[in-house]
Design a protein around this ligand. Structure first.
Ligand SMILES: Nc1ncnc2c1ncn2[C@@H]1O[C@H](COP(=O)(O)O)[C@@H](O)[C@H]1O
Length: 177
């Protein structure tokens, strides 16, 4: 896979272990000539992944909503900027431009993006998967909740149709190589 869409935290107030693992992933993406497609902000893990991809030879596409630009929050590591009106357009464009979507640790913005992609797949708009990067067990509780929903009949198709889980960097590399 060439174009890797990444959803991740825009927060600076998180444990440094998340920055370390994001940097390692970005380094590998850059070294293997991948293109990062992400939200284009210069904040938190978002800036961390963009910097690591760019400094290691990869290409960075930022999908930037107008508010982010108005607030001076656009990363300087972008090779290409795609401007959008709002967060909804941004989700559609990140999805359209990516071969696969990877969810790193994040908050409500990241969760919104994950569920946008899964919900669209579940009614047949696309066949792209979200890979939960579950390092440090960050997504274990959410994955348990999804299992519960499925067991209770709230999934039209098995959720495994729409997402995958990588518990380590090696597993993630294997799934997106
Ligand atoms: N205000 C925002 N700034 C940057 N990125 C945002 C914003 N709102 C949504 N996003 C997207 O969601 C995640 C970051 O949000 P978290 O709540 O920190 O997880 C990121 O993937 C952005 O594309």
């Amino acid at each position: 896979m060439k174009k890797i869409g990444i959803f991740c935290s825009a927060s600076e107030n998180i444990d440094k272990m998340y920055f370390e693992s994001t940097r390692k992933l970005g380094q590998w993406l850059g070294e293997t000539g991948k293109t990062l497609v992400y939200g284009g902000a210069n904040l938190g893990l978002m800036e961390c992944i963009a910097q690591a991809v760019k400094e290691n030879g990869g290409t960075v596409i930022g999908v930037v909503p107008s508010k982010l630009e108005e607030n001076g929050r656009v990363s300087t590591y972008l090779d290409e900027v795609i401007r959008t009106r709002n967060l909804s357009d941004r989700k559609d464009i990140i999805l359209e431009k990516s071969d696969v979507l990877v969810a790193l640790a994040g908050g409500v913005g990241t969760f919104d993006e994950i569920f946008h992609v899964i919900a669209a797949a579940s009614i047949g708009y696309h066949q792209k998967k979200v890979i939960f990067y579950n390092e440090y067990g960050f997504y274990t509780e959410l994955l348990n909740t999804l299992d519960t929903l499925e067991q209770k009949g709230f999934a039209r198709h098995p959720f495994s149709t729409y997402y995958d889980v990588a518990n380590s960097l090696e597993e993630l590399k294997d799934k997106i190589k």
